[in-house]
Design a protein around this ligand. Structure first.
Ligand code: UDP
Ligand code: MG
Length: 161
């Protein structure tokens, strides 16, 4: 049961990952999800939606005064997105490494942005940048009952239990 893994510090850490409209249009949803699955992280929430501008303005509240903010909102509302919550030890920090630099021109090959994108305005994916930020974003995009607590059958092959 879940109690057997609760002793591993941070194993229940969660982060918000979103495939942005360009990623959905380019049929990258499956490949992006596969990277998180193959890494060993656990999917605990998933939805596709046309994001309301109000929700995006809260999501990107810290960027409101940036010059690129209007075009960012225009882009993020241009089509459906896929929003996910992934769980695992250090998932916030590790996801940022898997996603790569905000500017795809700086992102390492092997990262999602490094492999699948060219320009900062179309960088295919969002990942929370801190544990606190992740908590805020998860609450923004998901109701508590939409997040699923479940135990993976091969937990002991991913973590020392
Ligand atoms: N962005 C942009 N131009 C910029 C900086 C950021 O269009 O000069 C967009 C880009 O889509 C980025 C998002 O705004 O992913 C949020 O910016 P942030 O600095 O939070 O980068 P992230 O956390 O996504 O790497
Ligand atoms: Mg950010």
């Amino acid at each position: 049961g879940f109690s057997s893994i609760s002793g591993i510090p941070g194993v229940r850490e969660r982060t918000l990952i979103a495939v942005k409209p360009d990623g959905v249009q380019r049929h990258l949803v499956g490949q992006i999800m596969q990277r998180f699955e193959l890494k060993g992280f656990q999917l605990v929430g998933l939805k596709m939606l046309q994001a309301p501008e109000e929700l995006l303005s809260q999501h990107y509240q810290d960027l409101r005064r940036k010059p690129f903010y209007p075009s960012l909102l225009q882009y993020m509302t241009s089509g459906p997105i896929v929003v996910m919550v992934w769980e695992g030890h250090n998932v916030v920090r590790t996801s940022r490494i898997m996603v790569g630099d905000t500017n795809p021109a700086e992102a390492q090959a092997g990262t999602i942005r490094g492999d699948f994108s060219i320009h900062i305005s179309r960088n295919v994916i969002h990942a929370s940048d801190s544990v606190e930020g992740a908590k805020r974003e998860i609450q923004l995009w998901f109701h508590g009952k939409e997040l699923i607590d479940w135990t993976c059958c091969n937990h002991s092959s991913i973590y020392q239990v």
